[in-house]
Design a protein. Sequence first.
Length: 555
Amino acid sequence: MINPSEEESWSFNAPPPVSSVCDAAIELFSQLLPAQDLNTTLRTINHLIESNRSPKLDKNAGRRAAVMLNSVVAIVRTLRVSMISHHRQSKDTLGHSQVTSALGAFLKVSLPLNCCSVTSYSSHLQDALVDGDPALRSASSEAIGRLANISGSSFLTSQTKVLVDHIVSNRDPQGRAGCALAFGSLYSHVGGLAAAPILKTTVNLLMSLSNDSHPLVHFWSLRALGHVINAASLAFAPFVSSTLGMLLKIYLSDAHEAEGGTLNNANIGGDLQAYPLVCYILDAIITILGPDVHDSPRTRAIILDLVHEFSVEDDEPILVEAIRCIQHLLMFAPEHVDVPEIVNRFRRHLSSPRRCLKLAAIDALYQLVQKDALAMSRLGGDRLVEDLFGMLDGDPSIDGVRNVISSWLLQTAIHNPSAWIDLCQRIMLRINASQKVVDTANSLMDDEGQSLSASMSNDDTRQGNIAMVATSRWRTQLFALRCLHEICTLVARFGRREHIDIPFARSHGIPVNGLLVSRVPDLIKMAFTASAAYVTEIRLEGLVVLRDVIQVGAL
C-alpha cells in the first residue's frame, strides 16, 4: 500500500505485482476524481464507503484493515491533488457539504448530516482517526486537515468541537493521540490566518495532552504542537512563555531519562522519543522570536540552556534538531553562541558514522562559511577543509560538502590563492588508506583507483605486495582540479595585478610567496599530470587548468 505520509519514502525493492496494481489504482483514482462533477463524486465516495462494509470482509480482519487503509489513502491523495489543482471546480466539489459529510462520517470524526446511507453502516467501520494503526491515524488526520482547507469555516468549527468532545470524554490513548494529530493537521492545512479562531483552543489542548503520562499521547501531541507553532508563526507569540515552561518541565522530568525512566518513558520505545520533538518546538520558537530573543533575558536564558543541553546529547535525532536550533541562534543571537566551540563540535560530527548527523553538521558549517569565511579560516584552517575533502572520498553523493568548500574558496582564495593551491595539491596526492592496490592477477584496477598517481612498482606487483595508493578517489581529485580552475578564474575576474606581476607586488611590499604567480610551476605540473591521467574527466579538467594558467599569464 502507498505510504500516506507527506514525504514519500521509496524502497529499492520493488513491491509485489498485486501491491503495484493497487498503488496504481489509488494513483489513478486520485487523479480522476477531482475532475468529476458533484453527483459523480458523491456516488463514487459512497461506493468507496460501501465497499468497506462488504460482508466478505467479516471473515478476514487483515483484508478489512487493508481495504480501510487503502480507501483512506485514496481519499488523502485525492485531496492533495485537489489542493494543488488550478481548477476551482474540483475544490468546490470536494468541499461541498454533502461530500464533506460523507467523508467525515467515513473517517468517524462526526456523524453525517445529510447522508442517511452512510449512517446505516457507520458502525461497521473502524474508527480511522483513533485506530491503533499509526499509518491509518496519520492518513485520516491529514484528510481531515485537507477537508477543512477546501470546505470552509463551518467544517473547521464543527470538527474542532467534535475533537474537543472526544478528548474530554475518551481516555483511550489511541483516540487521544489521533485527536492530537488531527488538531495539528487542521491548523497546518487551514493556515494560520483562517485557523486563528481555534488557535487558543488548539494550543491549550495540545499542551495539556503533552503532559499526558502515556507515551503515545505525549509524543503525538508534542509533534502536533510543533506543526501548529510553525503554521501560526507570529500569532503564536503570546504562548511562547508558557510553552517554554512546559518544555523545561519535560526536560527536567525523570520520566525521559533512559537510565531511570518508568515503563511509560517516551524514550524507552525508541520510536516515541520526546526530546527530538522538544528540540523541534524549541527551534520553531526561536524562529518566531527572531531578533526579539534579545528582549527577554529570562526567555533567552531558557532557550540557550536547553539548546546547550540537547547539543551535548549522544542521540542522533536530538543532535540533529539541536544543530538546527544553533543555526537559528547564529542568525538572531550570534553573540550568545560560542562559535569556536561549536565549530569543533561540528568537525567531530563530520567523522560520525551517522549520516543524518553529518548532513546537519555540513549544513551548519555552510551557514558559518557563508556568514564569515575568513573567521572560519582562522578557526578551522586547512585541516577542516581537508576533512571535508575526505568526506567526498567516503561519500561522493554528499553535495553539501562541495557547497561548503566552494563558498569558502570563493570568499578567501583571492586573498591567499597559494594556500588553496597547497591544499588542493595535498588532496590530489595524499595517501588514502581506503584505496589499496591488490595483486593484479586477482583484480583489475578500476577508475576509482586509477587517476593521477595510481601506479605501483613492477616489483611490488610481481611479489603480490599490497601498497598504499598515494591518491584520493578520482571524483575528489576532479573536484580539487575544479577548485584550481576557480582560483584562476577569481584572480582574472578581480584583476588583482599583484598576483600576476612580481615587480608590481614587490614595489608595493607584498610578499611574493603567497601570490598566484609564484605557484605557476606547481599549477602546470598538476595540470599536466592530470591531462595524462587514466580517467577522462580528469584529463579534460587538467587541460582546462592548463588553459587557465596560459590565460592568467597573458593578462
